[in-house]
Write a protein that binds this ligand. Structure first.
Ligand code: COA
Ligand code: MG
Length: 294
């Protein structure tokens, strides 16, 4: 899934708009974009929205970002939204595999209480928001079959570290955030789940968004989070393999299928071996996993 659009969970207008934005997933937020005084209202609005959207054919997966596991809101958030069967839960401030296992237990209890299929609720972790979390990035592999993706964020991490700012004068992330980004990418690959790039907060700057999205795709991210509907088409476009990339991937797969004993082959004067085959299969999977009705 390419585009993951954040929508504040207490804002009915934005929720409706999000659903028609073309995003592959909405992240309906009960955490940082909702004021303390609005937490209960956000749970009510979100649950109603999920229940309504459930009955309709959708192209957009519906995830809910709950409050962190150790906050006083986490259990109430889950109790409120789980009867409305979200496709998944986004866990902020996630501290490695043990946090995923703890959330998974809470989801299993809710699924049992509401007659939902055991294990049907997915999890995406925002995995780099605290200094401590960076030391747990290798522990997501095997934590839970519910885990669908790892995302990273630099804003909360900067606050935790005590940084004044997280980008340099040219707008590039400074070292601690580049490290968080890399660890997220590598942790996701090790856990065999989607790596989801962080938000681009300047939502009027489409050129900057495109550049950052392209560098994410180049490095191995499979999707990116968004905060504004205008960012969705750019993200979708960048993460959709071009016809030329698809044709090249297909040629590699067909060439290896036609030569099952070959370790290395030549296509258009280029040496192609097993890593290229894996890459080609990944591109094909991305194309076929595009948008399917939920
Ligand atoms: N999801 C759905 N709709 C959104 C949206 C979002 N994330 N952000 C903006 N819109 C809607 C607006 O409601 C507005 O709709 P309208 O024309 O029907 O009134 C339209 O898109 C244009 O919005 P715009 O005026 O350009 O922006 P804004 O000033 O209303 O909102 C933000 C700016 C940043 C407050 C808003 O984009 C937002 O709430 N983003 C999500 C924030 C969030 O969830 N953060 C947590 C994770 S980092
Ligand atoms: Mg945050």
């Amino acid at each position: 899934m390419r585009s993951w659009l954040f929508v504040p969970g207490d804002d009915e207008r934005k929720l409706a708009k999000g659903l028609s934005s073309g995003a592959d997933a909405l992240i309906i937020d009960l955490e940082d974009s909702v004021a303390l005084s609005r937490k209960a209202e956000a749970r009510r609005v979100t649950t109603e929205f999920l229940s309504r959207a459930r009955g309709e054919t959708r192209l957009t997966a519906l995830y809910v970002r709950v409050n962190p596991l150790d906050s006083p809101f986490n259990i109430a958030d889950l109790d409120a939204v789980m009867p409305a069967r979200p496709d998944g839960i986004v866990l902020p401030k996630a501290q490695g595999g043990p946090a995923i296992q703890q959330l998974s237990v809470r989801l299993a209890v809710n699924e049992a209480e509401h007659d939902l299929v055991d294990g049907s609720t997915g999890i995406v972790a925002i995995a780099t928001e605290t200094a401590r979390s960076l030391f747990h990035m290798g522990s997501f592999a095997g934590a839970s079959h519910r885990l669908r993706g790892l995302a990273w964020g630099g804003e909360d991490l900067a606050a935790d570290i005590g940084a004044e700012i997280n980008r340099d004068a040219d707008g590039h992330y400074t070292d601690p955030y580049r490290l968080a980004r890399s660890l997220c990418l590598i942790g996701a690959a090790a856990a065999e789940v989607l790596a989801i790039d962080s938000v681009y907060t300047n939502f009027r700057d489409m050129d900057g968004l495109r550049l950052e999205t392209e560098s994410g795709k180049r490095d191995g991210f499979g999707g990116k989070m968004a905060i504004h509907p205008a960012q969705v088409p750019v993200i979708n476009e960048v993460f959709t393999p071009s016809p030329a990339a698809l044709a090249h991937a297909r040629a590699i797969i067909e060439a290896f299928a036609a030569n099952p004993d070959a370790g290395v082959i030549a296509i258009d004067g280029q040496m192609i071996d097993k890593p290229h085959l894996r890459q080609a299969e990944r591109i094909m999977a991305r194309a076929t996993r595009g948008q399917t009705a939920l």
